[in-house]
Design a protein around this ligand. Structure first.
Ligand code: FE2
Ligand code: FE2
Length: 326
């Protein structure tokens, strides 16, 4: 176990300079990147109330399921303290508080923090949401934490975050196009810019893993296999509402997303395929026997998951969320 941790730390410090070199390709300058206030009514303007009225008019057209997905997405973003504290516990991240990995973690967190901020304010102004109920769920989710099956292993963690950033890119992008169809151009624009951030973050995490594959291919392959065997769970899998037990709301949230086609079992397979391609899994060299077996498992997985996905029925159960008014 000790050797394992030492080796991981060694690889992390090997990648650190590469990461620092690329960091600002994957993150944008703070002074010029979008901020929530770029999209929201400005309370210092005399037109504030008419702008809110307009915002509420277009929000009226959003379907019940779309609001449910949006609230779930917002709570997921608002649980950022969980993700930041988790990242600092990853092997090799916080050894040096001023080091590159801590710098990455802080800058990544700082960009992500705008997502929950923007969505939360929008939902508040929209008049469609029972804010207290949403806030209770948010507090619960942060208090409950998560269990993503990575331990403190950087390989498993960055495989997880690569997958997860791609998944959030898909879901915010789909919410954007659904909002547009429902006549809410503002929400559509907001979710579009959030999706853009997620895409950049995905590129960064994919790059870290690509670098890890270069120097430690066998262990990287085993980590990838392990994460896929466990299945990538969403960070909000402990989601609940007032009076419910831990995780009891999560399935209803994902059902709504599946029904609307915001994030489906097919998207899961597509993301897996993208990672297999980007990390050149098929042509990876330097594998030992267990690494070869892990590769076989990964290469066969998309087809297997597709067969399962095809048999799945669209979830029909309609559920009344405490988060939504009326
Ligand atoms: Fe985000
Ligand atoms: Fe993200």
């Amino acid at each position: 176990m000790h050797f394992f941790e030492e080796k991981r730390k060694e690889v992390m410090s090997h990648i650190e300079p590469h990461m620092l070199e690329k960091m600002f390709e994957y993150l944008k300058p703070i002074d010029t990147i979008w901020q929530p206030s770029d999209f929201l009514p400005d309370a210092s303007r005399s037109t504030f109330f008419s702008e809110i009225k307009e915002l509420q008019e277009s929000a009226k057209g959003l379907s019940y399921d779309l609001i449910a997905v949006l609230v779930g997405d917002t709570i997921t973003e608002e649980a950022l303290p969980t993700y930041e504290s988790w990242l600092t516990m990853v092997e090799g991240v916080s050894d040096n508080e001023e080091g590159g990995w801590m710098k990455w973690t802080r800058h990544w967190t700082a960009e992500e923090n705008r997502h929950g901020d923007l969505l939360n304010k929008y939902l508040y102004l929209s008049g469609r949401v029972n804010m207290r109920m949403m806030e209770v769920s948010t507090q619960y989710l942060i208090a409950d934490g998560f269990d993503i099956g990575t331990g403190h292993d950087p390989y498993r963690n960055f495989i997880y975050t690569s997958f997860q950033e791609l998944a959030t890119n898909v879901s915010h992008r789909r919410v954007a196009s659904q909002a547009k169809k429902d006549g809410d151009a503002l929400l559509s624009k907001m979710c579009g810019v959030i999706a853009g951030d997620e895409a950049r973050h995905a590129k960064a995490y994919k790059y870290f893993i690509e670098k890890i594959f270069e120097v430690d291919p066998n262990e990287a392959m085993l980590a990838f296999e392990d994460m896929m065997r466990k299945k990538i769970v969403m960070p909000a899998h402990f989601l609940r509402e007032v009076g419910l037990k831990i995780g009891q709301t999560f399935g209803h949230f994902t059902d709504a997303a599946e029904r609307l086609g915001i994030y489906t079992a097919l998207d899961y397979v597509d993301i897996l395929k993208e990672l297999i391609e980007d990390w050149h899994i098929e042509s990876a060299t330097g594998l030992e026997e267990n690494g070869e077996k892990a590769r076989d498992y990964i290469m066969n997985l998309p087809a297997r998951l597709l067969r399962v996905a095809e048999r799945m029925k669209n979830p029909m159960l309609e559920y009344k969320f405490s988060w939504i008014n009326g």
